[in-house]
Design a protein around this ligand. Sequence first.
Ligand SMILES: Nc1ncnc2c1ncn2[C@@H]1O[C@H](COP(=O)(O)OP(=O)(O)O)[C@@H](O)[C@H]1O
Ligand SMILES: [Mg+2]
Length: 268
Amino acid sequence: MERIQSALAKARAARDRKLQVTNPVTGKKVAETGPWPALGQLTLNPGHLERNRIVALHPGHNAASFDVMRTNLLRTLRTNGWTRVAITSPTPACGKSTVAANLAFSLARLADTRVLLVELDLRHPSLSRMLGVEGGQNFAASLAEGKVDFAQIRRAGDNLAVALNSRAMENPAELLSAARTADVIDEIEAQLRPDVVIFDLSPVLVSDDAIAFLDQVDCALIVAAADESTVAEIEKCGKDLAKRTQVLGVVLNKCRYREQEDTLVYPE
Ligand SMILES: Nc1ncnc2c1ncn2[C@@H]1O[C@H](COP(=O)(O)OP(=O)(O)O)[C@@H](O)[C@H]1O
Ligand SMILES: [Mg+2]
């Protein structure tokens, strides 16, 4: 565990050095002159979002469990000086993308918090459909080219930027573990300076795609489906993740026995 912590601290320190860039002409922090204002805006349809269980756009009862999760997450990130959180699960369809998107919208409602949501479940991209924005974005292609391409990143409101994929990719583990993928993501973070980066990853037990990316994150949240994920699956997933990153906890999703809320927040 100590070895992981020291490796994470080193990676974080290296990223921080890159992030402390100032514009040599204006002397301003990059964030002030950065690419946020130029990102294309996504047009979101509230009815479509709700039908797809994206409910955290506005405060209220439906968003409450995501708001609690957001508060716990922010505290953990700030305490540790982290920004990057992976969302993964033992098996497919536990609700990773649903939780990732809701958490991102919930965080972005905080006026002083900038959020970057990155879709990296590259075999099964779903966020464009979920958000109702079939606009041909292909963030993975910019990773494959090793280029920062802000045309592949759009804004949803003032504080949320999303990197989406409209095409599935076979065998993305090599891309996800490539040094230049890490460099592109570091550069995007250096320019956008988000407070939180949420990576919507693949499930852990069906391929090595998620594991291949874990060196790039500070911590991970496991999304389990209450009636579908077995204890053995959750344990195996947690153990595999813990070898490479800090596991924050398990979000128990799809809880049918709770009448009002169907997502439980991860334990502290
Ligand atoms: N809390 C929930 N209750 C019921 N269905 C859910 C819940 N969360 C997600 N779903 C549904 O389960 C399916 C899989 O969710 P998704 O977020 O795409 O999973 P993953 O990204 O883990 O593959 C989607 O149809 C989604 O609407
Ligand atoms: Mg998904």
